[in-house]
Design a protein around this ligand. Structure first.
Ligand code: ZN
Length: 265
């Protein structure tokens, strides 16, 4: 079988926030240093297809949650030559507010989602703020409307969406989180999303405290590593180090986007 056409993959940074490192690990952090959390959407494209992975949040959500909003994810995509209004495929890693806002900006898109994520986000655990806090009810309802409009493609586990692009159920952080595996010039790259917020979560075996199942989260680290050609090619969901380990695709995109299908520094 011939290899699929490689994709170019980008991380687009659209917001950031200063937090304590103890907020990033169950049991806190002995060093108790300041730690930034960056917010990203991701783009995978080749000559035939374009996939946007997650849609980020907007300025109003940034204000409400006290995040520093840098630019609309749609503006970040535009700087990479992608018009959000014409995007046909959005892979939704999970339904937390920082991953599914802005979908009014993607009127043509079909949304690719795990069965278990929608049932978790609309089910019994949402009556407990510990589990519902990172969901925004209006956005969950908007996704339900997309279901009724026939715009959601559901998956139960692992599935190939197109040659060289597949989704993989991870769970852990939420019950239906999925990672995305993409074929690139450096082999299989894995966007872990919040399967590991930081390199240190999976790298040092220290789970992130927003969690539906700690054991599933830990199993997820092993799974994303196994999916990548090399474990260096697993990209965490919120780590500012991503902007340091990879290069901007052009000088004017410095601090805005980096190209991920490259050897990390
Ligand atoms: Zn997140």
């Amino acid at each position: 079988m011939t290899d699929p056409t490689p994709y170019e993959v980008f991380a687009i940074r659209y917001a950031t926030v200063e937090r304590k490192s103890s907020e990033n690990f169950i049991g806190g952090d002995a060093h108790e240093a300041g730690a930034r959390m960056d917010y990203f959407v991701w783009l995978a494209r080749n000559a035939e297809r374009t996939f946007v992975i997650d849609t980020g949040f907007n300025a109003a959500a940034a204000l409400k949650r006290k995040r520093e909003f840098l630019r609309s994810p749609a503006e970040g995509l535009r700087l990479l030559g992608v018009d959000a209004a014409t995007v046909e495929h959005v892979i939704v890693t999970h339904l937390h507010y920082d991953h599914i806002g802005n979908f009014d900006l993607f009127p043509r898109a079909r949304f690719h989602l795990q069965d278990r994520e929608l049932s978790y986000a609309t089910g019994r655990y949402m009556s407990i703020p510990f589990f519902s806090y990172a969901y925004e009810i209006e956005e969950v309802i908007a996704m339900v409307r997309n279901v009724y409009a026939g715009r959601v493609e559901f998956y139960d586990g692992d599935a190939e969406i197109a040659p060289g692009v597949s989704v993989h159920h991870i769970g852990g952080h939420t019950q239906g989180l999925q990672a995305v595996r993409v074929w690139t010039r450096i082999g299989w790259l894995v966007l872990a999303s919040d399967g590991s917020h930081y390199y240190a979560n999976m790298g040092e075996g220290r789970p992130f405290p927003i969690v539906a199942s700690v054991t599933d989260m830990v199993d997820g680290w092993r799974k994303v590593r196994a999916l990548a050609s090399n474990e260096r090619h697993v990209v965490p969901g919120h780590d500012p180090l991503v902007m340091k380990k990879y290069r901007a695709p052009a000088p004017d995109l410095e601090g805005i986007a980096v190209r991920l299908d490259a050897e990390p520094l």
